[in-house]
Structures are given as structure tokens and as C-alpha cells.
Design a protein around this ligand. Structure first.
Ligand code: XMP
Length: 606
């Protein structure tokens, strides 16, 4: 079935994904497009939404997007930057300086199908430096707004030209603070673009099954089944589409799994009736050998991805499987964050997007039935397929596993410029009764949609969560070279930090497995496992005050789509238990709690 589609133009930031998921909630397919995409990529769409952007419309910062889209006879709706671009294109004007942040009350001054079913007064969310201060002859004002915090009336908060079928909202209907933003998006998609709401999970299952059968034909699929949500859902979907002889699953113990994980995965696949297709190999030696001596995160990631392929090909030969397609549970954000779209910087190379896999994709040897879906949709699909809830609602676990949670180092420092930063850091956090030490190591983060590789700062002292959050925010906002903040959970204020030479070894991985198992048990003991979206436990080779060799970091987070995240606030009783249990493991120099949101940190440390 061909689905009516809305193209969402990604002008930067994470907005576009949020908009796409909100459109999809109305059972209409939304696909991300890049501003410079050719006109053909928009043809056949029922409507276009222009996202917000960090760029300024008032300064002409439109990165040369394809304005030929305005010639298409389909409705176009813009949010914030998109709204300003539409106003400008049709003879209106945009000025810089009327910035507004936060909640505002919009008064709708003219009835319009975009606001069908809604009250005249609406709570909306503003976040902008620029605003529209004049509209072209074909446009009318649909609403004006006033910030809850007070201030002048903001004219042209919503505008429309029914003749041209062009519309704009200064506010962000895609964020939850615009109370009825979902309804407004639904009104655009269903009433104005007249999309048929056929993008449902039931249809998706049927279509994918048909597509898999057609693509596989007389061949077969060989899938790496890690036991994570995505590959499990993919495995079950393949299992529904293909007769057993055409599907082989391989579970690889890469030595980077959680404690006891492989045994659990094998048992679950047996329970789900896929045992007949399942093969297992302990390849931990291969992975350790291929990562030997590496310290650089991207190099490790590439090595892990490449070894997966080598192990997989070797096993295929051993099992006599030929002419197969490589099955992967890749989901939509995986392709974006590896630089899969033209605008996205390579923040991290995902294991299923390493060069050798990219080559296989080009050669038509890879099949990825979930590559259009966001995580929430994968879980919905999993429920539809009858996969047990405990498999679907487990925390996401990255393909490279503990490989990206065990930091390595040459031991020679990374302490350039740290001494100069220290007074400034202490001046900032001193106001909150805390002390700060920048740490001589680096981790990956994301700033203004670009990869960063910078130092964490360790905050010490007693404070409540609100204070820690504010102090952490203040530091991350203003000190260059810092992309994470940690809270020291031990007694006193440590004063000396010495990076140690360390690479990927089985002993270090075993230690991390123990710490991670304590963390997971703690969450379950306190009934918090489901409340937390994900919780990496990380080891960094850092000696603190001359004791131990590994600093352990706890990173419980809340997130919806992994594109953004906030640090979760665990009960202090649990934090104290974890500190004590982990500190007692051999070789641990201390335990710290990651307070960083994403951005500027990423969820994982590498
Ligand atoms: P970051 O660290 O980029 O992670 O904020 C976002 C989400 O992606 C997961 N992640 C991965 N998943 N292969 C995966 O399948 C990978 O290479 C990979 N790297 C990160 C991470 O755990 C988080 O849920």
C-alpha cells in the first residue's frame, strides 16, 4: 500500500524528529528531508512541514534550501524558523531581537481549520530570537500571543494564506508545552493535507512481511541477534515472514555483554520459538584481540563493527549458509547519528553503519525492516508481534555493548589547559557551596549538533538535586572544553587525579560487568527499572587520591527517543547503597554520578 506522506524539512537540531513522530501519531507517514534535497524528493508528498532551526531567518541564514518547494501545489506549514521563511518568501518581513522563551498564551483571532475543535485561547511554547513583523498581501493573521512571563503582544503568532495553502506558527506545536500542539498538527495533516491515516502498525506488519518475502525470494536471512529490543523485534518479524529454513539467527558473545546476558538471550529466543534457527558463538577472544591496544573511541567502535562482520562471515561459512542477506535491526535514529543524513555531523559511528556494512548496503546485501521506525514504534511493533513485555521494555543496550562504557587511555594525561580552567570552574560552583575539579580524560558529547570530545568536571560537596542541576548547568553553559559534569559520591573532596594507561582487557570488562550488575539490581530492588529509560555504568582509568585504578560512573537517564536526555534523580538511599557496593569492588578508586543532559553530553561516554 502506498501511504500518504508528509515531508518534514530538517533545518537542524532535533526538532524535525519530534515533528515526524508527532505526525506519525496521526497514522500518517512522515519522512525527514534535507533542505537541499531535489524537488523530486518532495513530489508525491501530501504536504510539507518546515522545522525550526538554530539559524536566523532575519540574517538570511537559510543555507540555500530548495525554494522550488514553494512552487509545489501542496500545503506547506512552517514552525518558528520555517514560519519566518514562509512569511519572507511571500512578501512579509522578519526582524531580529524580539526574543521570547517559554510558555505564552495565544489568542486565536480568526476561525480556521488548523484550530478546529480548539478553544480561542491556547497555551503555546516560544523559543526564538527572530519574529515575523509583517505579512504579505495574501496572508492573514490567525492569532497573536503574550508570554506568561509578561511582555508585549506578539503579532503574527499564527498566519495563513488559504489561497496559497501556506501556513506558519511562530511557536513550537511539536513540544508538549504547546498543550494542543498535537491537535494542530493533526488538523494540518488530516484536514488541510487530507492525508489518509493508513500508517498503522497492523499495516506495517503486513507490508513488511510481504516486502521481506519478496526481497528474500529463494535466498535466506542471517541476523545477528544481540538480545536487544531492536534485533529481537527484527528476528520475530523475519520469523513470521520466512519459513525456518530461510532464517538463521546468530547470537555472538563478543565479551562486551552484561553479566550472564548471553545465557538469558538464548533462553528467551528458545521461549519465543526461535530456538531452531539460533546459533551461538563465543567470539570474545576475537573482539579482544581486534581491539588490543586501542584507546581512541571511534577506532574501538570501528573495530567492534568490523569484527562483528568477520565473525559473522566466518560462522556463515562454518554453518554452510550461502547467498544470504545480512539482517539488521537498525532503527531510524541509528542512521541519523552516524551522519546518515547530509546535515548530521558524525557524532558516533554506530556498529551497524561501519564502512564494511555501508559497502554491503550499497551492494544490496543488507535487509533492515525497522530502518524507518523510531524506538517507541519498534516497541509498539514488538507488542503487536506478541513478544514478551520483559524483552520489549528492557533498557536499550548499544550494539558495541560495554565496549563504549569502558574508557581506555594512554595514561599520559589529556590535562592540557585543565589548571587554567580550575579557578573559573570553582568561581561558578562555589556560589552553590560546591568545589570543582576538571578531570584529565575525555568523553564524547554533542554540542550544537556537532561531536565534542572534552573533559568532564567533578563536583564535590553536599547539595540537593536542584542545586546540583543548576550548578552543573551553569558550568556546562559557560566553560569551554567541558562537556560533562559529575557528582562525587564518596566522602570528602579528592584532590589528585592520575590517568592510568589502560586498554580493553577481560579483567577490566569483568569489573565493569560486576558494577553494572549492582546498578541494575539496585534499580530493580527499588522498583525503578521501568522508570529509568537507560542506565549506563562506565569505568574510566583514573586513580583518585592515589587509590584504585578505575573511577566508576553511574548514568541513569530519562529520555523519549535517545536524541535528548536528562539525568534521572535516583533516591539518595539507593545512591548511597550503590556507592558502598561498587566502592567495595577491587580496584575501584571512587564512584560518581553523571548529571549531564544530552546535549551537551551523549548518553554513552564514547
Ligand atoms: P548516545 O550515546 O549517542 O546514544 O547519546 C543514543 C542511544 O544510542 C545507543 N547507542 C547505540 N546503539 N549501536 C547501537 O545499536 C551503537 O553503536 C550505539 N551507540 C550508542 C545508546 O545506548 C543510546 O540508547
Amino acid at each position: 500500500m502506498r501511504h500518504d506522506t508528509i515531508a518534514v524539512v530538517d533545518f537542524g537540531g532535533q526538532y524535525a524528529h519530534l515533528i515526524a513522530t508527532k505526525v506519525r501519531r496521526h497514522n500518517v507517514l512522515a519522512e525527514i528531508r534535507q533542505p537541499e534535497d531535489p524537488l523530486e524528493d518532495f513530489m508525491g508528498c501530501r504536504g510539507i512541514i518546515l522545522s525550526g532551526s538554530p539559524s536566523l531567518a532575519s540574517q538570511g541564514e537559510d543555507s540555500g534550501y530548495n525554494k522550488a518547494i514553494y512552487d509545489l501545489p501542496i500545503p506547506i506549514l512552517g514552525f518558528c524558523f520555517g514560519h519566518q521563511e514562509i512569511a519572507k518568501h511571500y512578501g512579509g518581513s522578519v526582524r531580529h531581537g524580539k526574543q521570547e522563551w517559554g510558555r505564552a498564551r495565544m489568542t486565536i483571532v480568526r476561525e480556521h481549520p488548523l484550530f478546529a475543535g480548539l478553544e480561542r485561547e491556547q497555551q503555546v511554547w516560544m523559543s526564538h530570537f527572530d519574529s515575523v513583523d509583517g505579512i504579505g498581501p495574501d496572508f492573514t493573521e490567525l492569532g497573536y500571543s503574550v508570554l506568561d512571563a509578561g511582555g508585549d503582544e506578539h503579532r503574527f503568532a499564527a498566519i495563513a494564506s488559504d489561497k496559497l495553502r501556506r501556513y506558519g506558527f511562530q511557536y513550537h506545536p511539536e513540544v508538549d508545552d504547546t498543550t494542543h500542539g498535537d491537535d494542530m498538527i493533526g488538523n494540518f495533516v488530516l484536514n488541510i493535507c487530507e492525508c489518509n491515516p493508513t500508517w498503522t502498525m497492523d499495516n506495517y506488519v503486513d507490508e513488511q512481511i510481504a516486502a521481506i518475502r519478496e526481497r528474500v525470494g529463494d535466498g535466506s536471512v542471517f541476523l545477528l541477534a544481540s538480545g536487544g529490543v531492536d534485533s529481537t523485534v527484527a528476528a520475530v518479524l523475519f520469523g513470521k515472514a520466512l519459513e525456518p529454513a530461510r532464517l538463521s539467527l546468530l547470537h555472538v558473545d563478543n565479551g562486551l555483554m552484561r553479566k550472564g546476558e548471553s545465557a538469558k538471550v538464548l533462553e528467551s529466543f528458545n521461549r519465543m520459538g526461535l530456538g531452531e534457527n539460533l546459533h551461538f558463538i563465543d567470539a570474545s577472544e576475537d573482539f579482544l584481540r581486534d581491539m588490543a591496544g586501542m584507546v581512541e573511541p571511534e577506532e574501538k567502535r570501528r573495530a567492534i563493527g568490523t569484527t562483528f562482520v568477520t565473525v559473522f562471515e566466518k560462522e556463515a561459512r562454518r554453518l554452510g549458509i550461502e547467498g544470504h542477506l545480512l539482517g539488521q535491526g537498525t532503527i531510524y535514529p541509528d542512521t541519523i547519528e552516524t551522519g546518515g543524513t547530509k546535515r548530521a555531523d558524525t557524532i558516533k559511528t554506530h556498529h551497524n553503519r561501519v564502512p564494511v556494512i555501508e559497502e554491503m548496503i550499497q551492494a544490496g546485501k543488507v535487509i533492515e525492516p525497522l530502518s524507518d521506525l523510531y524506538k517507541v514504534e519498534v516497541r509498539e511493533l514488538g507488542e503487536k508481534l506478541g513478544i514478551p513485555r520483559d524483552m520489549i521494555w528492557r533498557h536499550p543496550f548499544p550494539g558495541p555493548g560495554l565496549g563504549v562504557r569502558l574508557l581506555c587511555s594512554t595514561g599520559d594525561g589529556n590535562d592540557d589547559g585543565l589548571a587554567e580552567m580550575t579557578p573559573e570552574l570553582n568561581r561558578i560552583v562555589g556560589e552553590f557551596g560546591l568545589a570543582a575539579s576538571p578531570l584529565p580524560l575525555k568523553s564524547v558529547g554533542v554540542k550544537a549538533d556537532l561531536r565534542s570530545y572534552e573533559h568532564p568536571v567533578l563536583l564535590t560537596g553536599k547539595a540537593d538535586w536542584d542545586t546540583l542541576d543548576t550548578a552543573s548547568g551553569a558550568v556546562l553553559k559557560s566553560v569551554t572544553g567541558i562537556n560533562r559534569s559529575l557528582w562525587w559520591l564518596g566522602e570528602g573532596t579528592p584532590t589528585s587525579f592520575r590517568p592510568l594507561a589502560a586498554t580493553m582487557t577481560r579483567d577490566r570488562l569483568d569489573l565493569l560487568r560486576e558494577a553494572d550488575a549492582l546498578m541494575m539490581e539496585g534499580l530493580r530492588r527499588h522498583g525503578l527499572y521501568q522508570e529509568i529509560w537507560q542506565c549506563p555504568t562506565v569505568l574510566v582509568p583514573l586513580e583518585v587520591d592515589g587509590k584504585g585504578a578505575e573511577l566508576c560512573i553511574l548514568r541513569p537517564i530519562h529520555s523519549e527517543r535517545a536524541m535528548t536526555a536528562t539525568a534521572a534523580r535516583l533516591p539518595l538511599a539507593l545512591v548511597a547503597e550503590l556507592q558502598e557496593q561498587i566502592q567495595a569492588l577491587p580496584g575501584i578508586s571512587g564512584v560518581a554520578y553523571d548529571l549531564t543532559s544530552k546535549p551537551p553530553g551523549t548518553i554513552e561516554w564514547e
